[in-house]
Design a protein around this ligand. Structure first.
Ligand code: HEC
Ligand code: HEC
Length: 238
């Protein structure tokens, strides 16, 4: 009897371990009467440490490949410069954007107006938005590069030091000197397509994107040439 007991414990624990690695987190079946005690315990551990991230990720990845990959790339590194890279962006920031593309209850327009993304965000539930944000946040950002040597020094000076006489703060103060951002509020900028970054800075300035007070104030003090120089410098920042 003690021998059988030990076998059951081992089998139960092993079954749980294996099912964790296989991603199923389910009960193993077999002829051992005592196993449920251990597999029950294992399952508790399993759902709190392995189960949730695994399944959350699975669903986020499925949404990404079915609905987002065409524009943003399967791993969030878009090819076209008008579609932002999402890979490596902070999950809370991505989630907030998806929420801001939707028209909130009682509002007459979205905080971030974009016809394409309004459509895609509308189809996502709260949980879908969390899942797909977690998926893209976990992917690796493909580095980019600056394309305009003539404006590089100007872009760098504003990004790292601001423009004192115009009251423009250093971008680095919130987005970090290497452009990685500071979770959860301040998004990663480094490596982003210049065309997209420049369009966003203009959208903040022109009132199309109204979801950030500091960015509205800052961009109201930037000229078109300064925006272009910043966006190009940011594309190569890492
Ligand atoms: C048809 C092309 C297209 C598809 C498909 C698409 N997007 Fe987008 N996405 C865009 C464009 C264009 C923008 C830039 C919007 C703007 O200018 O405000 C964008 C912006 C975003 C942003 C904001 C990124 C940032 O840095 O602020 C997020 C988040 C996002 N998309 C998530 C998704 C998700 C999740 C899906 C799938 C459910 C998806 N998109 C599908 C075109 C697309
Ligand atoms: C006081 C803090 C602060 C400073 C300084 C700041 N930003 Fe931001 N920035 C933010 C916040 C917060 C957001 C996120 C807005 C949101 O939630 O939609 C943001 C968003 C952005 C975005 C949109 C990113 C995307 O993926 O769509 C760009 C581009 C940007 N900032 C560029 C800059 C540049 C360039 C500067 C310097 C001229 C700068 N920021 C200075 C706080 C700051």
């Amino acid at each position: 009897m003690p021998g059988l007991w030990r076998y059951c414990v081992h089998a139960g624990v092993l079954a749980v371990l294996f099912s964790d690695f296989l991603g199923g987190c389910g009960y193993a079946t077999g002829g051992c009467g005592v196993r449920f005690v251990f597999s029950g315990l294992g399952r508790g551990v399993c759902t709190s440490t392995f189960g949730k991230p695994a399944s959350r990720f699975g669903q986020g990845g499925q949404i990404a490949s079915a609905q987002c990959a065409a524009c943003h790339g399967a791993e969030g590194n878009s090819a076209a410069p008008t579609y932002p890279k999402l890979a490596g962006q902070h999950a809370d920031y991505l989630y907030k954007q998806l929420k801001n593309f939707k028209i909130a209850e009682g509002a007459d327009k979205a905080l971030r107006e974009n016809a394409i993304m309004a459509g895609f965000a509308a189809g996502l539930s709260e949980q879908d938005m969390r899942n797909v944000a977690a998926y893209f946040a976990a992917q690796k950002t493909e580095p980019g590069f600056a394309g305009n040597k003539a404006t590089l020094a100007q872009g760098q000076a504003i990004y790292q030091g601001g423009i004192a006489e115009k009251g423009v703060p250093a971008c680095a103060a919130c987005h970090s000197p290497n452009g990685a951002g500071i979770p959860a509020q301040y998004p990663r900028l480094g490596g982003q397509h210049a065309e997209y970054t420049s369009a966003q800075l203009t959208a903040f300035r022109e009132g199309l994107r109204t979801n950030s007070e500091p960015m509205i104030t800052i961009t109201s003090r930037l000229s078109d040439a300064e925006i272009k120089a910043l966006a190009d410098y940011i594309a190569g920042l890492h």
